[in-house]
Design a binder for this molecule. Structure first.
Ligand SMILES: O=C(O)c1ccccc1NCC(=O)[C@H](O)[C@H](O)COP(=O)(O)O
Length: 206
């Protein structure tokens, strides 16, 4: 057996969905603070994050937002990780590093796949050109990160396609938002559970 697949579910907004994700075995839960139909306020995020046990990463998702407000929101809500999904540069990442949170760099793949570690990130998340749109990106002929690198595959994954995607791309982990929704921003407990089970199922195939 190899390293267990890391499974992150993103854009959760209700206690029911957080509890479902935890019970189903999610490794990380993303809370969106960027402009999005999934955006939640600090009070909601703090309340939801308080339900998440220590072993599960709570992730604040941002895109091109002022560093001071990102820092303040992370502190106020108690997030254990930060996912930066815009044009944040190395200095921006460096400024957050001393806070000790896991740093996730979300990249919209348009051409070449960026190399792991260019911003000193702990985890690289490779996503479709429009994050959270439920669209897959073309991985054919692309140089994906080397085995062993901590990178997440995202973009258009769902309970039906995640196992095949994992077997083909061999990521360290996966991330999903639209594929566990019944309509934009509305998660389905059944789809959350099915996605995590399907992703885990892919691990057993060598
Ligand atoms: O989800 C959003 O609306 C969003 C908005 C702005 C920046 C990032 C956002 N989501 C980040 C993600 O975690 C991924 O894009 C997502 O898991 C993959 O999305 P999907 O293709 O919908 O599964």
């Amino acid at each position: 057996m190899g390293t267990p697949l890391f499974v992150k579910v993103c854009g959760l907004r209700t206690e029911r969905d957080v509890d479902t994700a935890v019970e189903a075995g999610a490794d990380a839960i993303g809370f969106v603070f960027a402009e999005s139909p999934r955006r939640i306020d600090a009070g909601t995020a703090r309340r939801l994050a308080a339900r998440v046990p220590d072993g599960v990463l709570t992730v604040g998702v941002f895109r091109d937002q002022p560093l001071d407000s990102v820092r303040a929101l992370l502190g106020e809500t108690g997030m254990r990780a930060v996912q930066l999904h815009g044009h944040e540069d190395l200095a921006y990442f460096d400024a957050l590093r001393p806070d000790g949170r896991t740093l996730i760099r979300g990249v919209a793949v348009r051409g070449e796949v960026p190399r792991y570690g260019e911003r000193g990130e702990d985890v690289l998340l490779l996503d479709a050109p429009v994050p959270g749109a439920g669209e897959a990106w073309d991985r054919s002929g692309k140089q994906l990160p080397a085995p062993g690198r901590r990178w997440l595959l995202a973009g258009g994954l769902d309970p039906h396609n995640v196992a095949d995607a994992v077997r083909a791309a061999r990521p360290w982990g996966v991330d999903v938002s639209s594929g566990i929704e019944t309509s934009r921003g509305v998660k389905s407990p059944e789809l959350i559970t099915a996605f995590i089970a399907a992703a885990r199922g892919a691990e057993t195939v060598s």
